[in-house]
Design a protein. Structure first.
Length: 204
């Protein structure tokens, strides 16, 4: 069995489509197709591919270990909904959305059942995050200074994605883009932290 077979078998075992795997890895769907067809024999993104498939680069490359013992997400309890920033602003639980109304993606790391996924919008978090990137948000994860968070300001009708800065008794939401106007927004009871960003998937 070569890398193409191992990737395909683990993807199918995980219940993912090629497009879902591609979005988690941060590549185009045809890149996954080329790996599975054997056209690409040494993927440059092997580490991200291994993370998404819940295995190791060594297993994908060389078959080191038993594929049957590879840890993959196989039940719907570990699938997260892709929701909008408006939905994220009022998010409480996965039961708030009907399964047929959203796309579901397996979570490649441990996270709570209340976790969800949103797409980055706009340019405020450049250069680290660009529009279209997927961010995995866990409402039950503990936030600290420097955490990336999805938050809702009281005067906004949707959530926003920023970095949380804690400076003594003061807290701020920080935009990473150095050219962004209002780079720092002070929060003092006018903001609800919806959740902490625990994983990202890059867009092309």
């Amino acid at each position: 069995m070569d890398i193409s077979s191992r990737v395909k078998k683990l993807r199918i075992k995980s219940g993912m489509t090629q497009l879902q795997l591609a979005e988690m890895v941060g590549v185009a769907q045809n890149s996954i197709q080329k790996i599975e067809s054997g056209d690409t024999k040494n993927p440059r993104n092997i580490e991200a591919l291994a993370r998404a498939l819940q295995t190791t680069p060594e297993f994908l490359r060389f078959g080191v270990g038993d594929m049957d013992n590879a840890t993959v997400v196989t039940n719907a309890g570990h699938y997260l909904p892709l929701i909008s920033m408006v939905q994220a602003g009022v998010w409480t639980d996965i039961h708030e959305v009907a399964p047929l109304d959203v796309e579901l993606y397996p979570c490649p790391i441990k996270c709570s059942k209340r976790s969800f996924i949103v797409r980055v919008e706009g340019e405020s978090m450049l250069p680290d995050f660009k529009s279209g990137d997927l961010i995995y948000v866990d409402p039950d994860a503990q936030v600290e200074n420097g955490s990336y968070v999805v938050a809702r300001l009281d005067d906004e009708n949707q959530a926003t994605f920023k970095q949380l800065i804690i400076d003594g008794n003061k807290k701020y939401l920080k935009a990473l883009n150095p050219d962004w106007p209002n780079k720092f927004v002070e929060i003092n009871g006018n903001c609800t932290i919806v959740g902490k960003v625990v994983f990202t998937g890059k867009a092309l």
